[in-house]
Write a protein that binds this ligand. Structure first.
Ligand code: SER
Length: 318
């Protein structure tokens, strides 16, 4: 990876990945793109930035050529809850954008990463210790685009030799940029509300287990996978990875160790609860560990300490 084009660069993952990659590969070698510009944003100000709607194939190719990109990190997509509310738009952006990005990668011979998700699984998937290769019949538009995306990326590798690689991310927890309308977002919101109001009303019901990961581990996973020796990769799109699995009362109990009077209550959103119920409780990431050395550093306790620490600084709450 020498010249890396990132789409969706101002989203939850992109805003941190751009900075992480600029620190490794050099500021000028990571080209951030997003559908909108946010002046003052560190990813916009610290290196090249271009406005790009991923539905615009021509513009995407122009930018990739202009900067001589050899790698595309395609992050622009709608998350699960928004995709359920706007399924047609979700298909357009998630599949149309991916197809355009793969075509650019094919034309310019770029390495390619795009995230899949635990959302690529569905109610008929074994939900505990979900294997790498298993039933994938999701019933959400988000899940449909993620499974289709995995297949399309595998196709581009087999048919055209494009070096496509991906992971199935669990819920990602971070303090820099909020996630944009997912189901696992409760596990981010809870930290903000804990610091601001010492209480949180969860839209996910007690007892609902989902896989999660702290952002530093997710960034590390992307770079490690993209730098991995291709001869070791049996799978490509996409590897199960996870760092922890918990349900709302467990994250609440962990927060309570820091904020003694913190209380969780429940006001369940049926749409997001149904999505969560259709996702695994915990996935097995043996293939990622074996094929490219995936590992994670943060568990629920260490993530909670770091999140509360960083977020209290950001929100200026003592
Ligand atoms: N975090 C995502 C969501 O909840 C899952 O990939 O939509």
């Amino acid at each position: 990876m020498k010249k890396i084009l990132v789409t969706g660069a101002l989203g939850q993952i992109g805003s941190e990945l751009v900075m992480h990659m600029r620190s490794i590969y050099g500021n000028d070698n990571v080209i951030a793109t997003d559908i909108r510009r946010i002046d003052g944003n560190v990813a916009v100000e610290s290196g090249p930035f271009e406005i790009l709607d991923v539905k615009d194939a021509k513009r995407m190719a122009e930018i990739a050529k202009q900067y001589n990109a050899d790698t595309i990190i395609h992050l622009a997509a709608l998350l699960s809850a928004v995709a359920e509310a706007k399924p047609v738009l979700a298909w357009d952006i998630n599949m149309g954008g991916l197809f355009n990005a793969l075509e650019v990668a094919r034309e310019l011979n770029c390495a390619f990463f795009t995230p899949s998700s635990i959302g690529a699984f569905g109610p008929s998937t074994p939900s505990v210790n979900t294997p790498q290769d298993t039933i994938q019949r999701p019933q959400t538009m988000y899940g449909v685009t993620k499974v289709s995306g995995e297949l399309l990326c595998d196709y581009y590798f087999k048919k055209f030799g494009v070096d496509t690689r991906g992971v199935r991310f669990p819920g990602l927890i971070s303090y820099e940029t909020l996630p944009g309308g997912g189901t696992t977002d409760y596990a981010v919101d809870i930290y903000y509300e804990a610091l601001k109001n010492h209480k949180y009303s969860s839209f996910i019901k007690q007892g609902t287990y989902m896989d999660m990961m702290y952002m530093p581990d997710a960034l590390n996973a992307i770079v490690t996978l993209m730098e991995a020796d291709p001869s070791k990769l049996v799978h490509r799109n996409a590897f199960n990875i996870t760092a922890m699995s918990f349900e709302p009362s467990q994250i609440a109990a962990e927060i309570k160790k820091h904020i003694k009077d913190f209380e969780i209550s429940y006001n369940v959103d049926p749409v997001r609860q149904a999505i969560a119920d259709s996702w695994p409780d915990s996935i097995d990431c043996t293939a990622a560990r074996q094929e490219w050395g995936f590992s994670s550093k943060y568990d629920l306790a260490s993530m909670t300490t770091d999140m509360l620490n960083k977020l209290s600084g950001k929100l200026n709450i003592k």
